[in-house]
Design a protein around this ligand. Structure first.
Ligand SMILES: Nc1ncnc2c1ncn2[C@@H]1O[C@H](COP(=O)(O)OP(=O)(O)O)[C@@H](O)[C@H]1O
Ligand code: SF4
Ligand SMILES: [Mg+2]
Length: 366
């Protein structure tokens, strides 16, 4: 069992609610054609050895490009499918959700919010139906019709859909995208959870209403002392909204620490690339890179060593031989990078560069 507390950005200790330890997920690939004759099974190595912690009253961002494994981490944390290896712990206890009853007890404490609020709400049912169902499944509906009505009004008020009577009998198509996402959040709150896993909760919403929904989540974190995992591909929003930030690349966490340090002093070459290519209102558009150099690797046959090595301008000999461990950087709260550039004990032969990148972007392999 691990310790239940950890230092926070403010220097106080906060309780670890949910943690992933060495979490790994490989999806078997269905065989086709000639492969049917061979015994070997191939798999998509979607999540590899991910360790992270969510704290009470804090938002933790998980940032990375599409396909880096963010949703898979959230689904593993929510126990929507089993991990290949590694452990999920709730308050230090390994989670075992085999059996409907145990899963329901777990999902009462750990709720998920999905990207597309239209897809997650049933179009033939009203807001009342969705919220009542959530309250009943988790035993929070009260004992009388009045108590249920009060619980419904409370949920809608919490997500700022007021007055509640204006929204409670609406169908999803009668609401805007932002209002629908607020209903999805209210439904998650119907369980009275400790953890919210929010998988790109604003990326499908109109830019003008994203901030309102993020501010709502932040307000809920503070009022209900929730631990929130905020998944996004937008590192700028992580800086604004999250206390801590973890950066994922090709299935692994490559950097983490308090959001201010990770976004202001990014240490991992991939995080640096993400920040350079993020839209910045203070920088002329011409200076921005078009999403960085190269493509993410295959997760069926990932590159050996550091999975970023085919794209990394600093790649060294050791980078194609051994996967880098996390190195503590000591310049911010628990700031680390999984990158050999910070491995102080490397031999000179390990540090031999693999390629030189010219100023005009041309690469020369050494
Ligand atoms: N159920 C699945 N079966 C097979 N491969 C999957 C499945 N879910 C996700 N993947 C693969 O795992 C990788 C990570 O996906 P995902 O977690 O959805 O990334 P992200 O949320 O960062 O975009 C992708 O290559 C994706 O194709
Ligand atoms: S470990 Fe090597 S290849 Fe990977 S990011 Fe660091 S320098 Fe680049
Ligand atoms: Mg996703």
């Amino acid at each position: 069992m691990t310790t239940g507390t950890a230092p926070s950005a403010s220097g106080t200790t906060t309780e670890v609610v949910l943690e992933a330890d060495g979490l790994t997920k490989h999806f078997p690939v269905r065989k086709r054609g000639r492969e049917l004759l061979s015994r070997a099974t191939r798999s998509v190595r979607a999540v590899e050895d991910v360790t992270l912690r969510l704290h009470r009253g804090r938002v933790t961002a998980l940032v990375g490009e599409s396909g880096s494994g963010k949703s898979t981490v959230a689904r593993l944390l929510a126990q929507l499918y089993p991990q290949t290896s590694g452990t999920v712990r709730l308050h230090g206890e390994p989670v075992d959700t085999k059996g409907g009853k145990r899963f329901r007890a777990y999902s009462k404490r750990v709720q998920m919010i999905f990207q597309d609020p239209f897809a997650s709400l049933n179009p033939v049912h009203t807001v009342r139906y969705h919220l009542t169902r959530a309250l009943k499944i988790h035993g929070n509906e009260g004992r009388t019709a009045e108590e249920l009505e009060r619980a419904l009004a409370d949920l809608l008020t919490r997500v700022q859909l007021t007055p509640p009577e204006r929204y409670v009998d609406k169908f999803p198509h009668e609401l805007s995208g932002g209002q629908r996402q607020r209903v999805a959040i209210a439904r998650a709150l119907g369980a009275d959870p400790e953890v919210l896993l929010a998988d790109e909760p604003v990326s499908m919403l109109d830019v003008s209403i994203r901030l309102g929904v993020l501010n709502l989540l932040r307000d809920l974190k503070e009022r209900l002392d929730l631990a929130i995992l905020y998944i996004t591909h937008d590192i700028a929003s992580a800086r604004y909204f999250a206390d801590e930030t973890f950066v994922m690349y090709a299935g692994g966490v490559v950097e983490g620490g308090d959001s201010e340090t990770v976004t202001q002093r990014p240490a991992h070459p991939y995080t640096q690339l993400l920040i350079e290519s993020a839209p910045d209102p203070d920088r002329p558009a011409a200076e921005e890179k078009d999403g960085g150099t190269g493509e993410p690797p295959s997760l069926i046959t990932p590159p050996p060593g550091c999975r970023f090595n085919p794209r990394c301008p600093h790649a060294m000999k050791v980078c194609v031989e051994k996967a880098p461990p996390r190195f503590a950087l000591g310049d911010g709260e628990a700031h680390f990078a999984a990158c050999w550039l910070y491995g102080e004990d490397l031999a000179g032969s390990d540090r031999v560069k693999l390629r030189v990148v010219e100023a005009d972007g041309r690469e020369e392999v050494l």
